[in-house]
Design a protein around this ligand. Structure first.
Ligand code: PLP
Length: 366
């Protein structure tokens, strides 16, 4: 068959091992997954209550324009409804963007390490990928600006960055945007925006008016605790959104996902309590790293990326045997590092006790 050449040898996304599989393999009663930055507190109780009460007629297609959710998000964010594009998770938005803007002959610029889907989708479209190494977990924005040429179509800026957790300060971001040509789309992936506490970070919404080539990308999968429902969205100028909308599949959010996302948005108290708990949990990891002199990057997210000074694949395996699934930095080009989602206080304490044991076994400290 006449496959796209770039599909040769390409692998599907490899998700972490499911909890049930780890339970079976290691004979464990309880397994805690701290590998995908999901909310350890679940979602708003209002969502759960809605799902228990609402039997919908599932024979009918959902609203392809997601009108109710659109109004709710437009209201919450403070933009016009025509400034929003909804996706089946922000993964879907990334696919829409690359399908609309990337093809053989153009290039796309991104940080390394950063979110894997930017590369994956760019490769499917046959575009050249320009990966700019991070410095201390932060985007090297000067080098990224220098990598842009007349064939650059999309620049991906992940703030805070997955997997490093580092957020970009407002002054740095503005200095960068001022250097980007106006015909290059800058995608600001803000999957973890709700968790940001860095004082140098400012509201990013005004950037859309100042730089019409900026598109913000947000999701209900992380702080809102709705990863299973697959709702993400982009915020941009109406002209940009109107160009992207025809590329979107007609019914890319289900009837239930539209409903629960709007409900989750209405429960900002739940969100605040999760963010407050996340700060406490983050401190548990920071204290551990400080105590054992392990290098970590300052995190503005619900995960932390730090150097175990051991083989991170071994650490991953040893923690899995003990009932904790995390991410090894090996696959991310950061050997020794692990990425751990910040769980509940009890989960964090238990994981850190196991990690201390593992790192002693590995001879990292006495
Ligand atoms: C999790 C994540 C996403 C994907 O989120 P979905 O909305 O679930 O598709 C996008 N970007 C980053 C940086 C993420 O960490």
């Amino acid at each position: 068959m006449k496959w796209k050449q770039q599909l040769d040898g390409m692998q599907a996304y490899k998700p972490g091992k499911p909890i049930e599989e780890v339970q079976r393999e290691f004979g464990l009663q309880e397994v805690v997954k701290l590998a995908s930055n999901e909310n350890p507190f679940g979602c708003s109780p209002k969502v759960t209550a809605y799902l228990q009460k609402n039997a919908v007629n599932y024979a009918i297609y959902p609203d392809g324009y997601a009108q109710n959710l659109r109004s709710a998000v437009a209201n919450h964010v403070g933009v016009k409804e025509t400034q929003l594009l909804f996706g089946n998770g922000s993964d879907d938005i990334i696919a829409i963007l690359t399908r609309a803007l990337l093809y053989p002959g153009v290039n796309t610029v991104m940080a390394d390490p950063s979110f894997s889907q930017y590369v994956h989708n760019a490769e499917i479209e046959g575009a050249e990928v320009r990966k700019i190494p991070c410095i201390e977990g932060a985007h090297d924005l000067n080098a990224m600006a220098a990598a842009i040429d007349e064939h650059t179509s999309i620049v991906w800026v992940c703030s805070p960055n997955n997997p490093t957790g580092v957020v970009i300060a407002d002054t740095d971001l503005r200095e960068f945007l001022a250097q980007v040509p106006s015909d290059v789309l800058v995608v600001l992936d803000e999957a973890y925006i709700e968790y940001v506490t860095h004082p140098g970070h400012k509201e990013t919404l005004p950037l859309i008016d100042e730089y019409p080539n900026v598109l913000l990308m947000r999701t209900f999968s992380k702080a809102y605790g709705l990863a299973a429902f697959r709702v993400g969205y982009a915020i941009g100028q109406p002209e940009v959104i109107a160009k992207l909308d025809p590329v979107r599949a007609p019914f890319n959010n289900t009837i239930l996902s539209q409903a629960v996302a709007a409900i989750a948005l209405s429960d900002q108290d739940f969100l605040k309590s999760c963010c407050a708990a996340n700060e406490i949990g983050k401190k548990q990891y920071v204290d551990f790293c400080e105590k054992h002199n392990l290098k970590y990057y300052p995190s503005d997210t619900n995960f932390i990326f730090f150097n175990t000074n051991a083989d991170s694949d071994v650490v991953f395996q040893e923690l899995m045997k003990r009932g904790f699934i995390i991410r090894s930095g090996n696959a991310l080009g950061a050997p020794g590092f692990i990425r751990v989602t910040i769980g509940t206080e009890a989960q964090n304490a238990a994981l850190l006790a196991h990690l201390e044991e593992v790192l002693k076994e590995q001879g990292v400290f006495a």
